[in-house]
Structures are given as C-alpha cells and as structure tokens.
Design a protein around this ligand. Structure first.
Ligand code: UDP
Ligand code: MN
Length: 270
C-alpha cells in the first residue's frame, strides 16, 4: 500500500457518479498514490462497481456520531432556511450533514498524507506534489471577487491522518449550539485558522468561468471543481453558461477521448 492517498466521499448514487469521473481523471494523471473512496450505507453495491473497475480502494465509512440536536441543526431544510444560498443552487441530492463525514479521512492512519478531493471535481494533470505540502493546505473560495480570498474552500485539501486530530475534531465539532453554516468548510477553516493557501489552480471553481474569466488559464488549471450545480444534473440553471465544462466532465465520466482543454474557449475572454 502506498503511503499517500487521494480520498473522496460518496454517500449516494449521484456522488458515486461524480467520483467515477474524478477517479478516472486521477488515474489518467499517472499517479501511484492510492485512490480511496469513503462510502456510506447510502450507496448501493452496484453503484460502486465502476469505482472498483477503476482500481479504487473502497473504505466503508459511516456518518459521524454527532448528537441528534447537531443533526437537526444541520438538516437540509433548516440549514437552507437559516443560512440561505444566494449565489447558486445546491442539487436536491445534496445532504449537508453528509459533508461532515469527510473528517473520517483523519482515521486513515495507514497514510502519511492524504489529498481530499470532492466527488464533484476533475484532476486535469498530476498533482502528486501536494503530498509534500503541510497540513492544512487548501485553496481560497474564489468565484466572485477579491473578498473571496478570506475564505477557504474545502473541496481540495491536504491533511495528515491522525487519531488524535480526529478525536479533537469530533469534540470541537459537536459543542452545544454549534452551527457550521457551510458545514465541513466552515468547521475546517475554524479548526485550522492558519491554513496554508494553495493556488486557486488547485481548486478552480466552475463559477470563475463566467464571473472572473480573466483568472481562467487552461495552461495552469490543475483541478476543476463543480461547486453548486453538478455537471450531471439535467437542465440546471447555469448549464448554458458552463457548457464547455459540462462537456469536459461527461468525457471523463463516459471514458471518452478527453478534449484538449486549451481548445475550450471562454466567451468572456476576447
Ligand atoms: N457529499 C456526498 N453526499 C452528499 C453531500 C456531499 O457524498 O449528500 C460529498 C461529495 O464528495 C461532495 C462533497 O461531499 O462532493 C461536498 O459536497 P458538494 O460538492 O455538493 O458541495 P459544493 O462543492 O457544491 O459546496
Ligand atoms: Mn464540491
């Protein structure tokens, strides 16, 4: 077994599709690190088969043992009511509470370093150098403007698995009245207040494509992250604006020839 691993999380059939495209993209980078899928009981065995065929290591993981009160505060309707999403839409199959199960990667102590990647992302070239980066490294949550640089995005990050860290996290997470409005992302930024910044190219958020096209330089984009609407959703409201990125995702998902990204023109760039 390798000492490093890429890890993702799937708790239902939709994110299993996402992970299939992600894991195929990772295998095409030529990495020798393990590719691990944490999966909960919400995923059927048949939905995991494509991931086994891609050579992934499947690791069963349950949701965290958080209190009923915590679970209720982070239940989808309640979270959306108390902390509305105003910039984009979360698909119906997105359950906020499930996000916290990412923290289970700290239990994978057989690995020295782990790079976690959301199941709604693609890796376009080898990023193994991230295994030499310290805990906790993540890119800023940039998709609208400069103010975004204050926040981190938890779709790609570097972590050092440790049972001690995992225990500390569970204690910190489920304090009385704790409400993490952007779930694991808010929690991780609070737990690692001096997080190390990765370049945005390590976690390029899809809204950059139409909000900040000048930042989108295919020659340097390593990871594309489809935050908010997912590329496999049918008729999503931003689909027309994101069509080239959606087509790219489908090529990875179906195992077709991958288009040359430099040929994917952004209408916002003259
Ligand atoms: N996830 C999951 N099931 C869910 C919600 C989230 O498996 O119901 C996992 C999946 O790996 C996903 C990640 O947690 O990519 C974070 O959620 P998402 O990517 O939808 O959030 P966004 O990037 O849109 O903020
Ligand atoms: Mn995501």
């Amino acid at each position: 077994m390798a000492t490093n691993a890429y890890v993702t999380l799937v708790t239902n059939a939709d994110y299993a599709m996402g992970a299939t495209a992600l894991m195929r993209s990772l295998s095409l980078t030529g990495t020798h690190a393990d590719r691990v899928v944490l999966h909960t009981g919400g995923v059927e065995a048949t939905e995991l088969e494509p991931l086994i065929a891609l050579g992934c290591r499947l690791v069963p993981a349950e949701l965290l043992p958080t209190s009923d009160a915590f679970n209720q505060r982070h239940q989808r309707d309640r979270l959306h009511a108390n902390a509305p999403f105003t910039k984009g839409n979360k698909p119906a199959f997105h359950t906020p509470l499930d996000n916290f199960a990412k923290l289970r990667l700290w239990e994978l102590t057989e690995y020295q370093r782990v790079v976690f990647i959301d199941a709604d992302a693609l890796v376009l070239r080898n990023i193994d150098k991230l295994f030499h980066y310290p805990e906790f490294s993540a890119a800023p949550n940039v998709y609208e403007g400069l103010a975004d640089f204050h926040r981190m995005n938890s779709g790609v990050f570097v972590a050092a698995p440790s049972a001690t860290t995992f225990d500390k996290m569970l204690t910190r997470l489920d304090q009385p009245d704790a409400f993490w409005k952007r779930t694991d992302q808010t929690f991780l930024q609070t737990f690692f207040p001096d997080w190390h910044g990765l370049p945005v190219t390590m976690n390029m958020l899809q809204y950059v494509w139409f909000n900040m096209p000048a930042l989108w330089d295919w020659a340097s984009v390593n990871v594309v992250h489809y935050q908010y609407e997912k590329p496999w959703e049918t008729n999503h409201p931003k689909a027309a604006q994101l069509q080239p990125l959606i087509d790219l995702w489908h090529a990875y998902f179906r195992g077709e020839k991958i288009p040359k990204t430099t040929a994917l023109k952004n209408p916002g760039v003259s």
